[in-house]
Design a protein around this ligand. Structure first.
Ligand SMILES: [Zn+2]
Ligand SMILES: [Zn+2]
Length: 266
């Protein structure tokens, strides 16, 4: 069967991705409802009951919206950093009046690798306005998958983690001009464009043209803004930057908000 990556949803209205080996299935973020997660998993030919774990990158709603219901229904372990768990629990308590309880909760720290089944997970810090946001790399069966969305810029440490990936899922949130002229209030525009906001097509292109090692067979452009970007604008910017590099065969895919992307099989 090998390793595969299925992006169930990507964008400011919910993020959820499955990374799996032959024997282990990890859900990265639970940003869409439990019902929608099940529906999209089934559409990809996946059985929700076969999930091994849920990993959370940070506490923003578009990454945790369906978490509590999913964790209850599936009774799988949920992995979060300590500060992210606290922030999430506080927000849930403020919303519902009671502190949420996860039957199986595992804590991890950015920079410290751990194992889930046969998948080696490495969480790393990313610059974003959450309490303790992380990206992940996953290694299994000789394949490396990297996921880095929700980051204001690409620091050297993140470049290092993303080296050698076979599948690279990275944020291409907005086109700088579209954001500037778009409908958001000024304060929100400032937040998105800041060093702890979201990665622009231009900043990602800069990464592709300079620090990226050209290793990935699949590049997934993710967390695309529906107001301040367009899938084809993001794709063109990425492909233009990538074409300046001497790389082997690769494919650029764009993850969508409203439907699951065709699974990547390695
Ligand atoms: Zn997000
Ligand atoms: Zn976020």
């Amino acid at each position: 069967m090998g390793v595969s990556v299925s992006v169930l949803a990507s964008g400011s209205r919910g993020n959820s991705t499955i990374v799996q080996s032959s024997s282990t299935r990890i859900l990265v973020d639970a940003g869409i409802s439990c019902r929608e997660t099940f529906k999209r998993m089934k559409a990809c030919g996946e059985d929700p009951r076969s999930l091994s774990a849920i990993l959370i990158t940070h506490e923003h709603t578009d990454h945790v919206y369906g978490l509590l219901t999913l964790a209850k229904k599936l009774s799988v372990p949920v992995f979060m950093t300590g500060p992210t768990h606290q922030a999430w629990a506080r927000a849930m308590r403020d919303e519902t009046g009671e502190r949420p309880v996860l039957a199986r909760f595992e804590v991890f720290s950015a920079g410290r690798g751990f194992q889930i089944g046969d998948i080696a997970v490495t969480p790393f810090t990313i610059p974003h306005d959450a309490v303790d946001p992380v990206g992940f790399t996953f290694r299994a069966e000789g394949v490396k998958v990297g996921i880095a969305t929700d980051l204001g810029y690409v620091p050297v440490s993140v470049c290092d983690h993303l080296r050698g990936c076979d599948v690279l899922m990275v944020e291409s949130n907005h086109d700088v001009e579209m954001l500037r002229g778009g409908p958001y209030p000024w304060s929100v525009k400032q937040r998105v464009a800041s060093r702890v906001g979201h990665l622009s097509n231009e900043a990602l292109a800069q990464f592709f043209a300079t620090d990226y090692d050209g290793n990935a067979s699949y590049i997934v452009l993710a967390h695309i803004s529906e107001q301040n970007n367009h899938p084809e604008v993001a794709r063109r910017a990425a492909e233009k930057a990538l074409s300046s590099r001497r790389t082997f065969y690769y494919r650029v895919m764009v993850a969508a908000q409203s439907e699951a992307m065709q699974p990547i099989q390695l």
